[in-house]
Ligand binder design. Structure first.
Ligand code: F6P
Length: 503
């Protein structure tokens, strides 16, 4: 059957999902996978055997096996930029040719040597300057795995916010701080401006920035031109996308904070998930299962949002990491050939750690008019109270509550996934992050989009450069601009922002 015939069959099934008895005792045995200290329970979903078979066939009709083989062969999966996506190779999985793999090995050795060097030089803090994919993964790993005293010594400077800069930089002893500018492109406005301002601080204290500053980038010549010593430049391959770059030298701050050995275990965990993704049939393949469920709800049941609820404080930075991973990868409206798609792509991802999320937006999940799926992420090592709450939410969504008072009635029959990790070790965190990477990849394949570019974020950056000039008053009288006429709303807002505030 081709994709569209399967799609029609799925559309027909979508009309009868209300009849599926989610509480059926046999469902857990059929719809769960457990492997290597990780359990995926997908029994609380609007699927039955027939729907699941159709979803699997949908993956086949999109040639998921072929696309997966291309990814791991280092093939051209990022067509708009003419590149492979080599993040699996950065954790020792297949991908890229032997010379690329050799380069990756050398880059990893350089990272380990740099960390060794920091220990020898008495570096006590790392100021990591970077944003987006050059920040979210490393800060998540530090938060999840570093001992508190080490986590405190890692500062992540991301935005143009002067208050953020003051909070993170003012109390630093610059003499014992390594400053790492992490930018694949080495052109990102926030990063380069923050780096410049921090360099000035060093200069004011008569410290030679070149001995403290490091760069991680895919364009070493730009870093050198900026003034970074050649030996302090850690390169990454252009084929490593920012949001997939944690495993490369971009992870240096995390590797310093948790130790190179633990960082290696993180990579090994991701490698184990690569192997799982490569080898398991679809109905035992965790990333494929999660991706297909997402497709089912998004494309056949019109679900617009998806929630990530990790019941472990160490995973509190997982939601923003996944927002970039999934929404920057698959927030696209044209296919790889530039043709407009006639189906929906990525839903909005939201998340907060449990139980905080219960006291924020869960009311809408239980009684709101929209049905919104949730990924509950639990660990066996979390407190029993936390586990109980995580389980309770999934159960409450599913079974609901009938009450004479409609305001107290919870309709139930609302779907969720539960993931249980044995613990939040480097190995399991690596597996978890790679699981979501591959889920994102599978969805991109089925949606027919390029998951490895992000053209949409450029427009705002370009406009901001122009508006900054206007806000700083360089050209107050201009009424049009080089790329577009200035619209009435922006002009009005600019005028208002320029006026001094009343307070
Ligand atoms: O937000 C757009 C983006 O290009 C992301 O894809 C990337 O992770 C981030 O900016 C930072 O980019 P760079 O590492 O080049 O500074």
């Amino acid at each position: 059957m081709n994709k569209s015939t399967i799609g029609h069959a799925l559309t027909a099934h979508a009309k009868t999902v209300g009849d599926i008895d989610l509480a059926d005792i046999a469902r857990f045995d059929r719809f769960h996978v457990a492997e290597d200290g990780m359990l995926l329970d997908y029994s609380r979903h609007w699927i039955d055997e027939e729907i699941w078979q159709l979803l699997s066939q949908y993956a086949d009709a999109a040639d998921l096996s072929g696309a997966r083989a291309l990814l791991f062969a280092g093939g051209l999966v990022n067509k708009s930029e003419g590149r492979a996506a080599l993040h699996p190779a950065t954790r020792g999985s297949p991908g890229g040719d032997t010379s690329q793999q050799e380069i990756i090995r050398k880059q990893q050795t350089h990272m380990a040597q740099t960390i060794e060097d920091w220990h020898g030089r008495g570096i006590c803090q790392v100021l990591h300057i970077g944003i987006g994919g050059s920040h979210l993964g490393p800060s998540l790993v530090v938060d999840a795995l570093a001992k508190p005293e080490m986590a405190k010594r890692c500062r992540f400077l991301t935005s143009h916010d002067a208050a953020q800069r003051a909070r993170l930089v003012d109390d630093l002893d610059l003499k014992t701080t390594a400053v790492v500018i992490v930018s694949k492109s080495f052109t990102t406005g926030e990063t380069i401006e923050n780096a410049r301002l921090v360099r000035e601080l060093y200069q004011h204290q008569n410290l030679d920035p070149s001995s403290y500053f490091y760069a991680v980038t895919a364009v070493p010549e730009k870093a050198q031109e900026w003034g970074i010593d050649q030996g302090h430049i850690l390169s990454i391959l252009p084929e490593i996308g920012g949001r997939y770059s944690l495993w490369s030298s971009v992870g240096i701050t995390a590797a310093w904070a948790i130790g190179v050995k633990a960082f290696e275990q993180l990579r090994a965990g991701a490698r184990a998930m690569d192997q799982h993704f490569l080898s398991r049939p679809w109905d035992q393949n965790m990333p494929v299962i999660m991706a297909l469920l997402g497709i089912w709800y998004r494309n056949f049941l019109d679900q617009r949002a998806h929630i990530i609820a990790p019941y472990h404080d160490g995973l509190r930075l997982l939601p923003p990491f996944l927002q970039q991973l999934e929404m920057e990868s698959n927030g696209k409206r044209v296919d790889q050939f530039g043709e407009l798609l006639n189906h929906k792509t990525v839903p909005v991802l939201l998340g907060l750690p449990g139980t905080d999320c219960q006291h924020a937006f869960f009311q809408a999940l239980h009684q709101g008019t929209d049905v919104i799926g949730v990924d509950f992420i639990l660990t066996k090592t979390s407190t029993r109270a936390l586990q109980a709450h995580g389980l309770a939410q999934g159960q409450a969504l599913m079974v609901g509550h009938k009450d004479p008072d409609p305001e107290r009635t919870c309709p139930g029959h609302r779907p969720s996934t539960t993931l249980v990790l044995d613990d939040l070790s480097p190995h399991h965190l690596g597996r978890l992050l790679a699981l979501y990477e591959h889920k994102t990849f599978v969805q991109g394949v089925i949606w027919g989009v390029n998951s490895f570019d992000q053209m949409g974020v450029e427009l705002g950056k370009r406009i901001a450069r122009d508006l900054l000039e206007r806000l700083e008053g360089a050209d107050q009288l201009r009424t049009d601009d080089t790329h577009d006429r200035l619209d009435g709303s922006t002009a009005g807002l600019l005028r208002y922002l320029r006026k001094p505030s009343l307070s």
